[in-house]
Design a protein around this ligand. Structure first.
Ligand code: C5P
Length: 222
C-alpha cells in the first residue's frame, strides 16, 4: 500500500490535532503536530526572557534547540532539549505569544526544513497552518478544517472544564479570534486554504464524522 502524506490545516482550536491523531493511528502513520514545535520555541523564549519580536534572537535560540516529537499512548510527547514540555507548551502564556514567534520568516524557514525532514519517507499526518500550502505542497490528501469561532471557543472551554482548568468562554473567544487574525495576516506562509485542499466545516459534525470524511479521501488515493 502506498504511504501517503496527509496535510491538515485550519484555524486555532478547529479540532485538527484530535482528528489528525485518530487518522494517523488508523493508518499506522506518524503524527506530526507542527504547532507544538512553534509552541516549544515560544516556551524556551519565555523562559529565557527573549524578546519575541527579535527574529535574530529567536533564530539563534532555535538553531541550538532540539525539538522532538515522540509518539505516545496519549498522542504525542514534546521534548525540548531532552526536557519533557508536553504540558508547559499548552499554558496561556505560550498560547498568547506563539503567533508572534511564528510570524518571523527565518524561524519559519528552519521549522519548515525540520518538518519536511520528518515527512521525507511519507506515511505522515501533519497538522498546522501552512502544511498544504508550504510544508507539504505535494501531499496526496489536503484537508482544511473550519468551524465558527463560537464553536471552537466552546469546545476548548468544555475541554478545560473537563480537565479541571479555570476557563472563561468570552476570553477564549477573543484569544482564538486574535490568534487567527495574526496567523492569517502575517506575510510569510499565512493561514490559508491550499487551492487543492478539501474544506470540511466541522461546526455541526462529531469527531468520528470528520475522521470518516478524511478516511474516505485517503481511500480514494491510497
Ligand atoms: O496548532 P496550534 O494551535 O498548537 O499552533 C500554535 C500556533 O503556532 C498557531 O497559532 C500559529 O501561530 C503557529 N503555527 C504556525 N504554523 C504551523 C503551525 C502552527 O504558524 N504550521
Amino acid at each position: 500500500k502506498k504511504k501517503l502524506s496527509i496535510a491538515i490545516d485550519g484555524p486555532a482550536a478547529a479540532g485538527k490535532s484530535t482528528v489528525a491523531k485518530i487518522v494517523a493511528e488508523k493508518l499506522s502513520y506518524l503524527y506530526i503536530d507542527t504547532g507544538a514545535m512553534y509552541r516549544a520555541l515560544t516556551y524556551k523564549a519565555i523562559i529565557g526572557n527573549l524578546d519575541i519580536e527579535d527574529e535574530e534572537a529567536l533564530l539563534k535560540s532555535l538553531m541550538s534547540t532540539e525539538i522532538e516529537l515522540v509518539p505516545a499512548e496519549s498522542g504525542q510527547l514534546v521534548y525540548l532539549d531532552d526536557q519533557n514540555v508536553t504540558h508547559e507548551i499548552r499554558t496561556a502564556a505560550v498560547t498568547n505569544s506563539v503567533s508572534i514567534v511564528s510570524k518571523h520568516p527565518k524561524v519559519r524557514k528552519e521549522m519548515v526544513k525540520r518538518q519536511q525532514k520528518f515527512a521525507q519517507n511519507g506515511g505522515v499526518v501533519m497538522d498546522g497552518r501552512d502544511i498544504g500550502t508550504h510544508v507539504l505542497p505535494n501531499a496526496e490528501v489536503k484537508v482544511f478544517l473550519r468551524a465558527s469561532v463560537e464553536e471552537r471557543a466552546l469546545r476548548r472551554h468544555l475541554e478545560n472544564q473537563q480537565k479541571g482548568f479555570p476557563s472563561d468562554l468570552e476570553k477564549l473567544k477573543q484569544e482564538i479570534a486574535l490568534r487567527d487574525k495574526i496567523d492569517s495576516e502575517r506575510e510569510t506562509a499565512p493561514l490559508k486554504k491550499a487551492e487543492d485542499a478539501i474544506e470540511i466545516d466541522t461546526t455541526s459534525l462529531t469527531i468520528p464524522e470528520v475522521v470518516d470524511q478524511i478516511m474516505a479521501l485517503v481511500d480514494e488515493r491510497i
